[in-house]
Write a protein that binds this ligand. Structure first.
Ligand code: ACO
Length: 703
């Protein structure tokens, strides 16, 4: 959406018409009017009903056209068959946007009807939220324009949910979890307004500090990524439905490895979106991200009055990617002053079960202000000698006094007193959780967020000289032959047109040509039969390796042909391919899929025959910058192999990363043509000695 401000009318309307308003309790048209009144919505409410002149004490109108004042948005709660005529009336009235609660559109196969209502709305310059939604709720606007029964507990995050039922359930659970939201937006079928649009609007909303998303699938994957990358506020997403996606039949190694979890994970990372593992985690992380600043370095300090919770937190810190380091000497010396002799100042800092408010306060005040410390997690086990609420208030005062922009998170393990203290902490802007692991996970969200933002190469686009025309010609000629995949030689030619370092190849039809080409390529060479009737070339004696001179090339040509004929007398033989014999190196795989959500997506991993067993691969949505490509190399479990293990020289990672960026450029540039592809194996040599693509495969999109 070009003009995000156009959505002001959806989320902050000054007047609302409810078309389908009703006096019959239990109907959705009743609930929306009731909820607007109950939430003390301050704007004008115009119930529209064909029969009743009054709805729930408010003057009602037969048509929105009868309303004399302006109507900014209209909530539609009439059956699907009336929607078009209602949209038409709203358009004529000058309504700016529509919240369509009604079901019965694309979710039940009525795609055409859905397209028609969008077209109609657009013809009047209106936008549609929905259809098939619960509505919009906003604490800061005292507006419950939905059939969810009440506004959520107030909070500083806003939630956008693709599931209506889940939104209603999450609304209710804000009170039991004590994690609130400012706005709840039900996004439903996303016929018009998409995730990217709502994220863009919320990023400018002064009442939203963090954008929380429940996602089943995007319609606007790339747009969402673009908006999220530019967002100034943290975004946290729970994506459901990551298990079945990979089941789609795949013709390449890459296709079979590109499950939704991996591809979505890559897209979220590139877009700087923090992920949640499950619903609990979504609430927990959302709370931390909405209340605390990002954790800008890796140095986490834990202060605890109990060894057990300290160890649990230490384990969790490693598990969630912020492993503890010992605190520097000066920190230890100072902290030692605020604990008994048998305490420990190393990290976790154990101020012992004797700790009262003062020791907590002094430790927190000092620690959070120290330049080495990037974030503090305070753990508390309820004891007989301490007052949980007093400690909570002390921690908050200490942090305020320190006046630094660093995150603090608290975990209390205990009973009712601890619960009350945590409630107080959250209400006063300090996230607090009932388990040390949860607190560490929340801090890890703040670290993940900062890390992704640090690594975001906003201006790090990579440009390459490429020969697109040549690649398209090769593809067109394969299509003319009626093929939807390229031969190895053709695939390598396409790769070469994008600057990928492929082994030299040439096709020889007669012996003399074979010798000449082998001499041109340079010995040693490999020679292979090319025949659509002989797929398993080695079994047919159709491959000769390490051919060192012209005589051997001549002999190999004869032998391969004889073997092929003996294997299958009537085989259609296209010739013999002469290929540069690349020296052996570390085997990796590059590949691509055209993901249904994000489009051309790149894979890198350890290659060779075990690729599908080990699945040691990582993904990025194209384009991929040099910086991102270098990070891909570091992400796989086999990264140390490329870095050089046990005295081996490091591999040429610069060149490998450059090839990844070129590959990504190719799949983006040829996204209308290439469906899947693999370069496997790619041989990686020592630093400075480059890489070689030995085998190539391109599967074309069906046209
Ligand atoms: N203009 C104004 N009012 C009209 C018009 C019109 N053109 N046509 C009908 N109405 C009135 C009706 O007279 C009625 O009011 P009344 O009670 O005074 O008679 C009111 O609009 C509603 O119409 P009904 O025919 O009674 O329809 P009903 O309320 O049963 O259902 C609804 C309408 C709720 C939109 C239904 O079609 C629907 O889509 N339900 C599902 C909605 C939903 O669940 N969405 C969220 C999905 S997410 C989740 O799972 C939670």
């Amino acid at each position: 959406m070009e003009n995000i401000a156009a959505l002001d009318s959806l989320f902050q309307p000054k007047s609302i018409a409810i078309v389908g308003a009703s006096n019959t309790e239990g109907k959705i048209g009743y609930s929306v009017v009731h909820n607007l009144i109950e939430s003390k919505y301050a704007g004008a409410i115009y119930p529209i009903n064909p029969k009743d002149p009054e709805i729930q004490g408010l003057k009602a109108y037969k048509s929105v056209l009868d309303v004399s004042g302006d109507v900014e948005t209209a909530v539609l709660t009439v059956p699907a068959k009336f929607i078009k005529s209602v949209i038409d009336e709203c358009g004529k009235k000058g309504v700016k946007s529509l919240i369509i609660i009604t079901s019965g559109f694309s979710e039940v196969g009525e795609r055409e009807l859905e397209d028609e209502i969008v077209e109609l709305a657009h013809s009047y310059g209106m936008h549609i939220l929905g259809p098939n939604i619960v509505g919009v709720l906003s604490n800061s606007d005292s507006m419950n324009a939905s059939f969810a029964p009440f506004l959520p507990l107030n909070g500083k995050s806003s939630l956008v949910s693709q599931s209506g039922a889940l939104l209603i359930a999450m609304d209710a659970s804000t009170y039991t979890r004590r994690v609130g939201f400012d706005k709840l937006v039900s996004i439903g079928n996303m016929s018009d307004v998409n995730f990217g649009d709502v994220v863009g609007w919320l990023d400018n909303d002064k009442n939203t500090n963090c954008i929380t998303l429940y996602i089943e699938g995007f319609k606007d994957g790339r747009h969402f990524m673009e908006v999220s990358r530019k967002a100034q506020k943290p975004i946290i997403a729970l994506k459901s439905g990551v298990s079945a996606h990979g089941a789609a039949a795949a013709a390449s190694h890459t296709g079979s490895l590109a499950g939704a979890a991996k591809v979505y994970g890559a897209a979220f990372q590139q877009a700087g979106v923090v992920q949640a593992a499950d619903l609990d985690n979504l609430f927990d992380r959302s709370l931390a991200l909405s209340l605390q600043p990002p954790m800008k370095g890796d140095n986490l300090l834990i202060i605890t009055n109990g060894g057990g919770v300290g160890v649990l937190a230490t384990d969790a810190a490693e598990r969630f990617g912020i492993p503890l380091q010992f605190a520097p000497k000066d920190v230890q010396v100072e902290l030692k002053k605020h604990m008994p002799a048998f305490g420990s100042a190393k990290n976790p800092v154990d101020i012992t079960g004797m700790a009262g408010t003062e020791w907590y306060v002094d430790s927190v005040r000092y620690a959070i202000a120290h330049p080495w410390v990037d974030g503090v997690v305070v753990l508390y086990c309820e004891t007989a000698v301490s007052n949980p609420l007093e400690i909570a208030q002390g921690i908050k005062a200490a942090v305020d006094e320190a006046g630094v922009d660093k995150p603090i998170i608290v975990s209390y393990v205990g009973g009712e007193k601890s619960e009350n203290a945590m409630k107080w902490l959250v209400e006063n802007g300090v996230p607090a959780y009932g388990a040390p692991d949860t607190a560490i996970n929340a801090m890890a969200a703040l670290r993940d967020y900062a890390r992704m933002r640090e690594l975001m190469d906003v201006n790090d686009e990579t440009h390459h000289e490429v020969d697109r025309e040549k690649a398209l010609k090769i593809i067109a000629s394969a299509r003319e032959d009626g093929r939807d995949s390229l031969t190895e030689i053709e695939a390598k030619q396409v790769f070469a047109a994008y600057g990928l370092p492929v082994t030299k190849n040439a096709l020889a039809k007669i012996e003399e040509e074979a010798v000449k080409l082998a001499e041109e390529i340079g010995f040693p060479v490999v020679m292979k039969i090319v025949s659509p009737d002989i797929l398993h070339k080695s079994d047919a004696g159709g491959v000769k390796v390490n051919i060192k001179n012209s005589d051997e090339a001549r002999a190999a040509f004869k032998t391969i042909l004889e073997n092929a004929k003996a294997y299958k007398a009537d085989a259609d033989i296209h010739g013999i391919v002469i290929q540069e014999m690349a020296p052996w190196g570390t085997e990796v795989i590059l590949g691509s899929v055209n993901d249904p959500t994000f489009g051309p997506t790149m894979m890198f991993g350890l290659g060779g025959i075990f690729v599908e067993v080990l699945k040691d691969v990582t993904f990025r949505v194209a384009p991929v910058s040099q910086g991102q490509a270098m990070r891909m190399l570091g992400e796989i479990r086999g990264a140390p192999i490329l870095a050089g293990v046990r005295g081996e020289a490091p591999r040429d990672r610069e060149m490998l990363a450059d090839t990844i960026t070129r590959y990504a450029t190719m799949i983006l540039d040829l996204s209308d043509e290439i469906s899947e592809s693999d370069a496997n194996p790619v041989l990686v040599y020592e630093e400075g000695k480059g890489i070689k693509v030995v085998d190539a495969r391109i599967i074309l999109k069906k046209k």
